[in-house]
Design a binder for this molecule. Sequence first.
Ligand SMILES: *Cc1c(COP(=O)(O)O)cnc(C)c1O
Length: 394
Amino acid sequence: MTAVSPASTREQGETLAERPAYDEAWFESRATAGLRGLRAYDPGHDLVALRRRFDAQLLELGSNENPYGPSPAACEAVAGQLDALHRYPDPLGADFKRALAATHGVDTTQILLGNGSHELLMQLAQVFAGPGTEVVFSRYGFAAFALATMASGATLRVAEALPRTSTMPLGHDLDAIAAAITPATRLVYLANPNNPTGTWFGRAPLAAFMARVPLDVIVVMDEAYAEMADADADAASALPLLPAHPNLLLTRTFSKAYGLAGLRVGYLIGAPGLVAVMERIRESFNVNGPALAACEAALGDTEHLQWACARNAEQRVALTHALHARGLVVLPSQTNFVLVEFGPRTAAIEAALIERGVVLRPMGGYGLPDWLRITVGTAEDNRRLLAALDAVLA
Ligand SMILES: *Cc1c(COP(=O)(O)O)cnc(C)c1O
């Protein structure tokens, strides 16, 4: 046998077939079917460039971040991890899971940790959906639901949202969602309250919905904003329904009410069997050490959480009134954002606000080009927003 030199191998390859372009189109052709319909996450504006341009004066109301920041205990916990950065984190996140289990009155075997809840929403479709199956969710449901479905190769079944005339305009229509379930359905995604609409539904309608869902369909409740809902709003968590419905699970995040979006921590609560199956694809160190320590500390500081949520609720009401006073349509919200209709001039208004250093979230991707989503800021943030808005609308 004669040794083949790299040079002669290359020559041989070139004579056999034309070399592929190895560009995006070629790699896409080698990707799974689900991947082919997808586009990479569009972060919207170049926030880094805008921050540089407006020199820390940029008013960022586009990403539903918590303007009050995390508990000081969480920051101390991160600082306490600085001498352990060469170590891998606890792959089980055992202490943090124990704290979560105690907080929610569930068993640690019911909890799965995610690098943000977005990771968990994606993995649920990867595990339970796929080519030849269907996934059901509402029009104007959270964007990750469609992404997760497409990436898995499953077919999207989008249920129509509630009409404009409803008390919960553009919100989830649980009857329409139940009716969209077919024998091919593996997964249903719900968000309560929902992003980007801010709308919500009560526990009794959810219980009635679950009674209609076939026992072999898994229902995902995304509760990213659950901590922010008013106690009397009936936007309550699905948690009490879990024992009666092991095919129901919920996801939560530390990115919103806890003010720790930068650390990327979310979790799922569900049946121990579901968690055990999902554990098989979890990257063993998906939540890093500083994040585990910070979230455990944040969980213990209920006073800070309640303080931030109370400030948010106050400002949500004040901002809604101020927008109403300007003749704008504002959807009801139990979150830290409001969806506002600006009409056919929306794109121009949004661009003019950017020029004044105010970033909101355009909604074209959701099929709502005449609307903008506004994060509820501090009293001072909202005053600045309204001043800029008045100048732009004049
Ligand atoms: C912000 C948000 C999330 C949270 O995502 P993380 O990955 O945990 O930061 C999940 N669902 C909804 C509806 C959201 O708005």
